[in-house]
Design a protein around this ligand. Structure first.
Ligand code: NDP
Length: 340
């Protein structure tokens, strides 16, 4: 299944003429996207940064933007609203302070699918809801734009209230620099499914494999120091993934020794992936796509602000660090503190 890819030529910038563009949030993505958009020719007096009175607001002012601290006022004038505050605070801030004041035909731009896929934001039917989701951290969104390069990005229309949702999404994608290298047609569902699948299925398995591999090799007499370096502190895994992005997931193996290539390819082909596939499907369908994770996460979300053991995330860190790998790494890091 191939996705459509949109380039600069697919975007009609005249659609943005005269539009008031509000960025809610001037953090990672907000600061980068607002500056790219202005450097693409959107007049500064058509851009407003909505932010509470603090260092983010000061940064926006220092960069020459007009800042509005009253979110209701900013919402009232917005033709386009970039929703670039952290995902976990979006439902409360948007539904309580923005939605009641927003124009009936405003365009709301999201950079992540989560809150839209799980229907946590309240839109009215004539509003456009579009996703322009860079696959890069904000500093790279900015630095690649400044170098005249593009960056990978997903684009979609989640609600086409005005009938011009896609055209506006493409114009906005172009001015933030996202169509230069090609913006991939996607959806909030696809973005959320892939994101949460990686977080809840793929990476937990990778963490588990490293943990178990560590214990087996330690039991066979390998030292903590040798294991930490062999497995990750040498940065070999990071290099492998960098090569995979450049040369191909399989073709990067050619950078390894013949013994290594033979071992990796024959070993992977000999493994029966059916149990992993069943487990992955269970997570995807019965935890991510059916909304189970979202419902359960919303129950503990407020606890994530707490201190100490009352914060579930702290408890997960504590338990994870009890593993042989976690304990050994602490000792190795303490011993090699000056060298790392
Ligand atoms: P940040 O954490 O950098 O956002 C910080 C901004 O949000 C600041 O302006 C901050 O201002 C504001 N903010 C934080 N809390 C609140 C609040 N309770 N009320 C009002 N404003 C608040 O966010 P990101 O840029 O990382 O993420 C924004 C969106 O982009 C998300 O949807 C995210 O998933 C998506 N995204 C992020 C990527 C990344 O690189 N981080 C990559 C791709 C997409 P203040 O604290 O002053 O109120």
């Amino acid at each position: 299944m191939s996705a459509k890819i949109y380039y600069d030529d697919d975007a009609d910038l005249t659609l943005l003429n005269g539009k008031e563009i509000v960025f809610l949030g001037f953090g990672n993505q907000g600061a980068a996207q607002a500056q790219n958009l202005r450097d693409s020719g959107i007049p500064n007096d058509k851009i407003i940064i909505a932010n509470r009175e603090d260092s983010y607001a000061e940064d926006a002012k220092a960069k020459g933007f007009t800042v509005e601290h009253d979110f209701g006022k900013a919402a009232e004038i917005a033709d386009v609203l970039f929703l670039l505050i952290p995902d976990q605070v979006q439902p409360r801030v948007f539904n309580e302070q923005i939605a009641p004041k927003l124009k009936a035909t405003a365009t709301i731009v999201i950079a992540s699918g989560y809150n839209v896929f799980y229907k946590l934001l309240n839109f009215t039917p004539k509003q456009d809801v579009v996703m322009v989701a860079p696959r890069m951290i904000g500093s790279s969104v900015r630095s690649l734009y400044q170098k005249g390069k593009g960056f990978p990005c997903f684009v979609s229309v989640e609600q086409d209230g005005t009938g011009s949702g896609l055209a506006i999404a493409l114009a906005l994608s172009r001015v933030i620099g996202a169509t230069k290298a090609g913006a991939i047609a996607s959806s909030a569902r696809e973005e959320t499914a892939m994101d949460l699948f990686a977080e809840q299925a793929l990476w937990p398995n990778i963490i588990m494999l490293f943990r178990e591999a560590f214990s087996v090799l330690k039991e066979a007499g390998c030292s903590d120091e040798a294991l930490c370096y062999e497995m990750w502190m040498s940065k070999e895994p990071a290099e492998i993934f960098e090569r995979a992005a450049e040369d191909g997931f399989i073709q990067q193996l050619k950078h390894h020794s013949t013994v290594s290539q033979f071992g990796q390819l024959s070993g992977a082909l000999a493994l029966d992936g059916s149990a992993a596939r069943a487990h992955f499907k269970e997570i995807l369908y019965n935890q991510v796509l059916n909304g189970k994770f979202c419902r359960e996460f919303s129950k503990i979300e407020d606890d994530l602000e707490k201190e100490g053991a009352a914060n579930p995330l702290n408890e997960l860190y504590r338990k994870s660090e009890e593993s042989e790998l976690g304990q050994a790494e602490k000792r190795v890091r303490a011993r090699l503190a000056g060298l790392l």
